[in-house]
Design a protein around this ligand. Structure first.
Ligand SMILES: Cc1ncc(COP(=O)(O)O)c(C=O)c1O
Length: 371
């Protein structure tokens, strides 16, 4: 699905120098590159504060810890997403409230959010799924009306632009109260190990999240709040600092891959290619299409025989995960989500794909579909 090895070889000289510089200083934790990367990311995203941390799941957890949410408070999240989003809600003894997504963008549906609001609702967690922005203008409007926090899960969409109705453009992850992202190796901005970051324009929240990520301390051994140990190590920061310079180019390469797939599958009644809303760019963390009247398992098995990988993101939605069985959550029907889990399939998309690989993939898919 990804080829991080070839991507590394193409920037090997820069990366190797950065890694050796860290080894030379032996500052493995909180070395200079961590601060440099934090500043570079603030500039890239046009956000006031970036707090680096150990991974994207921690980023979401630290964000929720900083908002002083209390056990039983309700947090609205789409059911159709990676489990980390709702897992941290559960971990903090908050109540996940699963809502529906839009069948075209796969992102949280504002109307479903509205219907789910109760006096216990404290936050909404929109997910910019697959690299496409959630409808932030509507979500922010709802949050304002009901005095709710918004935590953007931007793990899959770093570099994506959101255009507001007045023409203002902002990067996803910088619109809500807090944004969270992941630098897992296969992400659009991927480290060579785990990593994550939290974004906010709020000084007080930034201060608090920095403390929480560092055992709740400002001054060493004086712990003001309960925190955790969540750091981006210096080697990862040095690598990410280099890769951030290539991010726009990487996202363009992903868009070119998507365009190739879109052209190949255009006007094919059995494939619904990814939709891009007027308000969003798409950075194609995944190229996820919907199959109509095609046996998905048979297609992926056939592709596997041709050594073409494919993945199902996600086969089981949050509201049907066994981990929540003991939570006593009300039974809900999410028909769009349930349907998507049966018909979506993701194809390989990465920065180093060439036309030969793409033609091989598309011709095999079309061969299977048209047989
Ligand atoms: C939507 C979403 N949220 C959160 C995460 C968690 O990130 P990490 O794996 O770095 O903890 C991921 C990563 O896969 C993700 O895709």
């Amino acid at each position: 699905m990804v080829d991080t090895k070839t991507q590394y070889l193409n920037i090997k000289a820069e990366i190797d120098t950065a890694i050796h510089d860290v080894l030379d200083t032996a500052a493995y934790i909180n070395g200079k590159p961590v601060q440099e990367f934090t500043v570079a990311l603030c500039n890239y995203l046009n956000v006031k504060h970036t707090i680096p941390c150990a991974n994207g799941t921690d980023a979401l957890q630290i964000a929720m810890m900083a908002l002083n949410l209390q056990p039983g408070d309700e947090v609205i999240t789409p059911s159709f997403t990676y489990i980390a989003t709702s897992e941290v809600v559960a971990l903090l003894k908050l109540t996940p409230v699963f809502v529906e997504v839009d069948p075209k963008t796969f992102c949280i549906d504002p109307e479903s959010v509205r219907k789910a609001i109760t006096p216990k609702t404290k936050a909404i967690v929109p997910v910019h799924l697959y690299g496409h922005a959630a409808p932030m203008e509507a979500i922010m409007q709802i949050a304002q009306e009901h005095d709710l926090f918004v935590i953007e899960d931007n793990a899959q969409a770093i570099g994506c632009d959101y255009t507001f109705l007045d023409g203002t453009v902002k990067k996803t992850g910088t619109i809500g109260t807090i944004g969270a992202t992941s630098f897992y190796p296969s992400k659009n901005l991927g480290a060579y190990g785990d990593g994550g970051a939290i974004f906010t324009n709020d000084d007080e929240l930034a201060h608090k999240m920095k403390m929480i990520a560092n055992h709740g301390q400002q001054k060493r051994y004086y712990h003001e709040v309960v925190g955790c140990n969540s750091r981006l190590d210096t080697l990862q920061a040095a690598i990410l600092n280099i890769k951030l310079r290539h991010l726009d180019q990487y996202n363009k390469a992903r868009q070119a891959v998507a365009q190739f797939y879109n052209n190949a599958f255009a006007n094919n009644a059995k494939i619904i290619t990814p939709f891009v809303a007027d308000y969003s760019t798409h950075v194609y963390h995944q190229y996820t299409m919907q199959l109509v009247g095609i046996n998905r398992d048979e297609l992926s098995e056939f592709l596997a025989t041709q050594k073409i990988p494919s993945m199902i993101y996600y086969p089981v939605p949050g509201h049907k995960q066994e981990m929540f069985a003991s939570f006593g959550l009300p039974k809900i029907e999410l028909a769009i989500t349930d349907n998507l889990t049966t018909c979506v399939i993701s194809l390989p998309v990465h920065t180093e794909m060439d036309e030969e690989q793409l033609s091989f993939i598309t011709s095999n898919i079309l061969k299977f579909i048209n047989q």
